[in-house]
Write a protein of this length. Structure first.
Length: 436
């Protein structure tokens, strides 16, 4: 069978000889080779990145006979989409074939952003490398994830009129040779509005020098002696540092990570409009916090996502005010650690550690706005392959999608005729109705 971890790890390190070995072991397995959509997705990625035409043609041969439907009870749409994306990239020298496979990818998953950007580049007669060079960035040839992200961000439309409230972007996380390209493209998307970044003080000096030429402020932090469970101390220290800097410059802040690209044109204008559209009734806060569905768990209490957050800067500071070195006997996930301390600081009921499911849904309904990654046009660049985190996971890890959140928000505002005053979150969409 295909050793998927070995293959993806080799690709992540651009170790093509090792990746080829993993593919060859699979192809010559005496027990036979089973071509599932996911297996083909992994080896098609190898073919696209390595230029191994023999493997590419093998993928084409087997992918052409696959049908876009569930197999063995498993929905392989994302596997089909990745095959189409990787073959589209592998055929970039032949635009007609590239379009054919990229369109197949979008037939399976219409919001697969890397496929959309490749089609946009083909249709516009643009070359990814030329786009990068025009931005003044020379990335390593094999930094393909960042080249794709940079290309799409570079296609952002004209800036929307500025809001009366000043908004900015605060980035947190590790920085490497590709981070300046991402920062430059965020700069291009938001114009002269504040762009701040917090990273580690042992970052390559050349990278820091490049970032300081792009961002309004680059802050460096010493790596803590104890990183904490899930690097909790590290994440909180960087977030607190960059939010403290943003507090003097921004009324509203988009806090996100250095390995996430948001492709939505002028994300600050869209988020500001959304923030105004859904006011928070609790006047101790200036407004709601807008988060992505990615890791906003449905059945795991106190688990709003921390990967992308937008709101009033002082509200974000309150949310991230937890001690980086707080004791945690139960090795709580960082999302739960932040949320529980935030509720305790505001004396939000219930004052017990865990929310009951209904109370957790009410909490999400009243204090947050959840938007899908597709709404953000977001891409988690750091993932080892292009597969987006699935919406429909095992029950314990299922996510609160934008549709689920809207069901919660509008449920008590559009009560049925037999209960016009119905209030409260309705789990499972008992009475789902979404108002545009």
């Amino acid at each position: 069978m295909l050793n998927e971890f070995a293959l993806l790890d080799a690709l992540a390190h651009s170790d093509f000889p090792r990746a080829k070995t993993a593919v060859q072991h699979w192809l010559t397995d005496p027990r036979g080779t089973h071509f599932t959509p996911l297996n083909l997705a992994y080896i098609s990625q190898y073919a696209a990145l390595s230029g191994d035409w023999q493997v590419r043609d093998l993928v084409v041969e087997h992918a052409s006979g696959l049908e876009l439907k569930p197999q063995d009870g498993i929905d392989y749409r994302e596997g089909f989409a990745l095959i189409g994306l990787h073959l589209g990239v592998a055929f970039l020298h032949d635009p007609d074939k590239a379009r054919e496979w990229l369109n197949k990818a979008l037939l399976a998953v219409p919001d697969l952003l890397p496929a959309r950007v490749e089609l946009a580049l083909l249709d516009g007669g643009l070359d990814r490398n030329d786009i990068m060079k025009s931005l003044g960035e020379e990335l390593p040839t094999l930094a393909w994830r960042y080249e794709l992200a940079a290309a799409q961000l570079g296609l952002a439309s004209d800036l929307a009129p500025a809001s009366a409230m000043k908004a900015g972007i605060a980035l947190r996380g590790m920085s490497n040779e590709a981070t300046p390209a991402l920062a430059r493209l965020y700069r291009r998307a938001i114009g002269d509005r504040p762009l701040l970044l917090a990273t580690w003080d042992d970052t390559d000096p050349d990278v820091l020098r490049a970032l300081r030429g792009i961002c309004d402020q680059v802050l460096t932090v010493a790596d803590p002696p104890e990183p904490g469970f899930q690097n909790r101390a590290r994440q909180i220290l960087l977030a607190q540092t960059v939010l403290d800097a943003a507090a003097g410059q921004c009324d509203l802040t988009l806090l996100t990570r250095t390995d996430i690209a948001l492709f939505r044109p002028d994300p600050l204008a869209a988020l500001t409009a959304l923030w105004h559209h859904f006011p928070c009734e609790d006047k101790r806060l200036r407004g709601r916090l807008i988060v992505s569905h990615l890791y906003t768990r449905r059945y795991m209490s106190d688990h709003p996502s921390d990967m992308i957050m937008f709101g009033a800067t002082d509200d974000l500071q309150r949310y991230w005010a937890s001690s980086p070195f707080g004791k945690d006997e139960h090795r709580t996930f960082i999302e739960q650690y932040l949320s529980r301390n935030f509720r305790a600081e505001l004396n939000m009921p219930p004052r017990v550690t865990d929310h009951a499911p209904r109370k957790y849904m009410e909490y999400l309904r009243d204090y947050f706005v959840v938007r899908d990654m597709a709404w953000f046009e977001g891409w988690w660049i750091g993932r080892r392959n292009d597969m987006r985190v699935a919406t429909h996971l095992a029950p314990y890890s299922s996510l609160v999608t934008q549709a689920v959140w809207e069901d919660l928000y509008y449920a008590d505002r559009t009560g049925p005729s037999w209960a016009p005053n119905m209030r409260g979150a309705l789990l499972g969409g008992l009475y789902p109705r979404r108002i545009p």
